[in-house]
Structure formats: structure tokens, C-alpha cells
Design a protein. Structure first.
Length: 294
């Protein structure tokens, strides 16, 4: 789910792209009807491009937006993260299975956080999972809790990335900045924690990218599927993710599926729509707690 050139995806056919490029990049997936119109950001060229091919496609070109000065710091060297805190960042108390009130957490223990405060900029993720084990995540949102089963065997890179970021409080205070009726609820942009940067929501990431795992046999064939957002390149995944609100099988084989909602799909369905009639302000993702099988 990325944006760079103001673009219009019409059907699934390709037309010429504009010669000028805006200064920011957003991540978006193609909508079910094959059409996606995006407006230019301030200072961006107002020209449009069409993109596609056969099957599901995304379109993204241009340069990455500068990181928020309040949410990010200089990238760390090596693989060790450079701690970055926001002025209002707090360290939430460790969530326990009892606190979630969900039987889905029975037999799982909370994984300790890697950082005490929120970190939003890295040069790469560290290896923090054992693919032989089962991982679950509890998203504590403004509308309630969502429990996710993370499929480390089918998508070890994406799961490791999500777990690594969550254990550094990366997602704390972010928003579901793009929620479309009958399609997806998208989040994971670190800049979405700052209302002053709303014009740039959808452009953020962790400071690095990694390749998609699209041949793992998993599909977007039902509501509640957890996928990674990306740009046109298969190597452009970062931190943004989405949960399907309905089957979207036309995305299968194009985007990484790395998990599934176990409980709380009603919470996902109830997230405030940000596009279309009655669009409102995006809901908060307060924090993400990771659990591992005992």
C-alpha cells in the first residue's frame, strides 16, 4: 500500500507514467474494483499515471519521505537499533494472557520487549524468532483487542520483522490510517502517531526494506488475513501491514500473507473508515504484545 506518483489505477491495464515525481511515497494495494485514485501531496506534481498488468498490482515510484523529526532519529549502525523516543512515549505494562481475556492465548507466554521506549528507525531487523515455534500478537486498539496468529513457518522473514518491530514498541500509538469498506484495514506507518504529519501518513517505514514471500501457498481468500504492504517492487516491504475486511483473493501471489486473525475480527470490522462516505479520523493502535508457544 504505497504511493508516490499521484496515480490512478484503472482496471488492470498499464498507461504512461508522469515524468515528474513527488517528494513522498505511499503504499497502497489495488482496490477490489481495480481503481485507485490518489491526490498529490503538497508540492507534488499534479500529474497522474496508470499502472498495472495482469492480476493484482500495486504502483509506487519516487523517493521516500523524510522521517519525522519527532518520531525518528539517525539510523543505527549495524543491526543494533538506535533508541528513539517520542515526547509522549510511554512504556505500557506487559500484557498478560489474563489481561487479554482471550482463550486464544492459553499456552502462550509474553515475549519481553527489546527496548524500554519506542524505537522507530533501524538499519535492519534482528533475528528474534524461532520458526519452529508459534507466535501470536495481541493488538490493543482503540476499539478493542485483536489476536493474530503469525505464520512463522510460511513467512519467517515477515513474521520476524513484525515481531522485531513490535518488541521495540514501533507500532505503539500509530493509527489504522487507511480503512476501506469491504477491503482492508491498513496500519504500520510510524509517522501516523503524529497528527501534524497526517499529510504524510502512508509514506513511513522502519528505515529499511525487505523482500516479499509470495510463494508460500497462503491466500487472501477470507476476512481477517494479515498481509504486508509494499510498493511495485517485491523488495519494498517495510513496516506497513493490512488486515482484510473481506476476501481479496486477487491479491494472492502478489503480497505476503503472514498471519490470520484468531479473535477480534469484529474489532477490525469496527475500525473507522477513512475513505468514502462517512469517513472519520483513524483509530489508534495503542500497542502490540507478542506471545510465543510454551
Amino acid at each position: 500500500m504505497l504511493k508516490s506518483l499521484p496515480l490512478v489505477l484503472i482496471g488492470l491495464s498499464l498507461a504512461a507514467c508522469a515524468p515528474t515525481m513527488p517528494a513522498v511515497t505511499r503504499t497502497y494495494t489495488l482496490q477490489p474494483n481495480g481503481t485507485l485514485a490518489l491526490t498529490a501531496d503538497s508540492g507534488a506534481a499534479g500529474t497522474a499515471a496508470t499502472a498495472a498488468g495482469t492480476g493484482a498490482a500495486t504502483s509506487q515510484t519516487g523517493t521516500a519521505a523524510p522521517a519525522s523529526s519527532t518520531a525518528t532519529d539517525a539510523a543505527a549502525t549495524g543491526t543494533a537499533p538506535a533508541p528513539v523516543t517520542t515526547p509522549d512515549a510511554t512504556t505500557p505494562a506487559a500484557t498478560t494472557p489474563a489481561a487479554t481475556g482471550m482463550a486464544a492465548m492459553t499456552g502462550f507466554t509474553a515475549v519481553p520487549y527489546l527496548s524500554a521506549a519506542r524505537v522507530t528507525r533501524f538499519t535492519g531487523s534482528q533475528n528474534v524468532i524461532d520458526p519452529a515455534k508459534t507466535y501470536r500478537a495481541v493488538m490493543k486498539t482503540a476499539k478493542g483487542d485483536v489476536v493474530l496468529e503469525l505464520n512463522a513457518k510460511a513467512a519467517p522473514v515477515a513474521v520476524n520483522n513484525f515481531v522485531f518491530l513490535a518488541l521495540n514498541h514501533f507500532y505503539d500509538g500509530t493509527r489504522f490510517h487507511r480503512v476501506i469498506e469491504g477491503f482492508v484495514a491498513q496500519g504500520g506507518d510510524p509517522q501516523s502517531s503524529d497528527p501534524a504529519l497526517q499529510a504524510q501518513w502512508g509514506t513511513g517505514g522502519p528505515g529499511y526494506n525487505f523482500a516479499a514471500e509470495v510463494n508460500n501457498g497462503l491466500r487472501f481468500d477470507k476476512a481477517g488475513v494479515l498481509g504486508m504492504a509494499r510498493a511495485a517492487s517485491l523488495d519494498s516491504q517495510g513496516s506497513q501491514f493490512y488486515i482484510t475486511l473481506a476476501p481479496a483473493d486477487f491479491l494472492s501471489g502478489q503480497y505476503t500473507v503472514f498471519g490470520q486473525v484468531l479473535s477480534g475480527q469484529d474489532v477490525v470490522n469496527g475500525l473507522t473508515r477513512t475513505e468514502g462516505a462517512g469517513a472519520g479520523q483513524p483509530d489508534l493502535l495503542n500497542t502490540v504484545q507478542i506471545y510465543v508457544s510454551q
